[in-house]
Ligand binder design. Sequence first.
Ligand code: OSB
Ligand code: MG
Length: 370
Amino acid sequence: MAVERIELDLLRLPYVHFFETSFGRACDRTFIIVRVFEEGLCGWGECVAEEAPLYSGETTVTAWHLLEDFLIPLVFAKGIAVPGDFAREAAVFRGNRMAKAGLELALWDLEARKRGLPLHKLYGGVRLEIPAGVSCGIEDSIDDLVARVGAYLGEGYRRIKLKVKPGWDAAACQAVRRAYPDIMLQVDANGGYVPDQAERLKALDAFGLLMIEQPFAPYDLWEHHKLQRDLATPLCLDESILSLATARAAIEMGSCRIINIKVGRVGGAVEMRKIHDYCEAHDIPVWCGGMLESGIGRAHNLHIATLPDFKYPADLSASRRYYEEDIIEPFIELSGPGLIRVPDGLGIGVNPVEARIRKASVRHQVFERS
Ligand code: OSB
Ligand code: MG
């Protein structure tokens, strides 16, 4: 059998609260939803490329272009039906990992549905509840930040990540630590520091952080190595890790002690699995990052985070932490303190709501196998 039809939607959803990082402030999320159809079944994927090329060089426009002009024609030309075949064939095209992952994830959901399984069973996951935390953006003031952290803790979250940048780092950590001395706390700089600012990062050793995520630019594995050498806190890499090859280089160079896995950033669950297995074999813990996904992408992340080497809480929060009206039913909610249960229906186990997708869609296109 082979995929017969693929549909793309470009959606725009407003955040419940702005999200500010070292890249700047965003008030809504633009992303692509991918549907693949075969014999009456439909698989769903989400492409995490953002509107601007800040986190990654990809954008919603480049991802749509790759999907429309290369990846979807490839699926039809090769008669592809399973994710492994797609990953192998799509490897002829360089880069554009988020575009590839959006389509590959839809094929994973379809494959699980064809086999009558929840996706975590297909992956061989080992847990049904995921320890989850909140990624807190930069606020207008430290008081606003402390209040927001307090509200998330009140909702039951146990692990907090603070976005940092030069000038919004030690003071933010100190204020949150003073208010909540015992919480699991970590920071993420999204590459906002240059090596000359290493002293600012070393000062963060004072706050008992679980990790410092991506202080320097993505390509700079050597500078991360030099910083890790002089730092007690483990470094975690996010943007730097694009593939098994970059993960291996970072680990062998001692550029990090922890890896943030995002399936979109590495081009799909096939590559995600290679990185996961390599890290597990080399005693490098991983955890599941997020890209402020809609419920479709977040459900995919929940299934991925069931794999055994996911040892730190994920950047995965309830639907309402991100969006007033998530595009799935039921919404994702905390199932216990700091925990989210993995949906146990077929495939990703949540139901996308067509009417909400149509309402948020700014572009829709159908592709048929000829
Ligand atoms: O660096 O982890 C990041 C969101 C968009 C782009 C990059 C990142 C993030 C987050 C959000 O931190 C995590 C989440 O989805 O809850
Ligand atoms: Mg990050």
